[in-house]
Design a protein around this ligand. Structure first.
Ligand code: FAD
Length: 291
């Protein structure tokens, strides 16, 4: 029998980032609570038992989505539905809105937050793969002040990030892509949860008919999203073609490190899917770049 109730904990609602950081520092075994869609199930199964929950869910302004000069600024409390439905994000970075719209189901999208998803760092989650492909930065606030951590350096292992004890994710900065860019996120999702069995985010830039940049990140297959951009480098300097994309896609499986399998999908199957999705994502990204 699995446990279905968490062990006891104290509950504190923070009304500002400073108050949340102070409570996290002061209360032993304290954890932030945002949408609760990963933390609460884990607590009910007693996979984790924080002594105190610091509810950050009602901190004013922490869900703001803005387009500034150099890109998007997305508050940690923006729900997946906020991101999927945001005209600002749809206009500036459609791939991010599309990925958010693929997360879980409507209930999950209405409660789960971008900050919670990034901090949780589930290997099957969607945002980590996409923000890494978009070369985003994650802003944090903690006892040592504010930091910006590049998405490239943020995910350090399964459910593990570069967040220091007591630090909160406050927002995500997604830089504007250059003109002539196209980006696409594709996933093969688990039919029940929606988590990625394998997923690929591709970002390309085409200038004067020549590919000047190609970035590929693979999610769901390894502990953290794998950067396979070195393989995609073969596309740079030439006009995009089906043959060149197929050659890159064929090499993606070799670029993946320790892949994992589970009851639903073997490691071998996930790796195979990654190659298939990479080919499709690159072709679709080049189509968008040309549009
Ligand atoms: P919480 O559950 O509140 O917190 C998660 C963790 O992050 C906790 O450790 C918490 O302490 C910490 N945390 C939260 N906010 C912050 C912050 N601002 N700063 C620092 N630490 C913080 N995800 C996908 O990507 N794709 C899917 O297809 C998908 N399907 C799902 C299906 C189901 C049925 C469920 C229940 C979840 C699914 N999820 C999926 C996960 C979902 O997106 C979660 O909402 C998300 O992973 C966590 O966000 P949250 O706001 O709910 O965080």
């Amino acid at each position: 029998m699995y446990p279905t109730r968490p062990v006891g904990f104290s509950y504190h609602r923070a009304s500002s980032v400073d108050e949340a950081v102070s409570l996290l520092g002061r209360l032993e075994g304290a954890r932030p609570l945002a949408g609760g869609h990963s933390l609460l199930p884990a607590m009910k199964l007693r996979l984790t038992s924080p002594a105190a929950l610091i509810d950050i869910g009602r901190i004013p302004g922490l869900n703001a989505i803005e387009h500034r000069g150099d890109g998007l600024r997305i508050g940690a409390l923006a729900t997946h539905a906020d991101v999927a439905d945001s005209d600002v994000i749809r206009g500036a970075c459609p791939v991010l809105a599309e990925a958010a719209g693929l997360i879980g189901d409507r209930q999950v999208r209405n409660r789960g937050t971008i900050g919670g998803s990034l901090a949780h760092a589930d290997p099957g989650a969607d945002y980590p793969t996409v923000v890494k492909a978009l070369e985003a930065s994650i802003a944090t606030s903690g006892p040592g002040g504010q930091r910006f951590v590049r998405a490239d350096e943020f995910f350090t292992g399964i459910f593990t990030t570069a967040l220091q004890p007591g630090e909160l994710v406050t927002h995500v900065h997604v830089p504007t892509l250059p003109a002539g860019s196209g980006s696409v996120y594709l996933k093969h999702k688990h039919p029940a949860s929606g988590y990625a069995v394998a997923a690929v985010a591709a970002v390309v830039t085409v200038e004067g008919g020549t590919c000047s940049r190609a970035r590929i990140i693979v999610g769901g297959v390894t502990a953290t999203p794998t950067d396979a951009t070195a393989v995609a480098g073969a596309l740079v300097g030439s006009a995009p073609s089906d043959e060149a994309v197929a050659a890159v896609a064929a090499k993606i499986p070799d670029a993946l490190g320790d892949s994992f399998g589970d009851a639903y999908a073997s490691a071998e199957y996930r790796v195979h899917l990654a190659g298939v999705l990479a080919g499709r994502a690159l072709n679709a990204a080049f189509e968008r770049a040309a549009a």
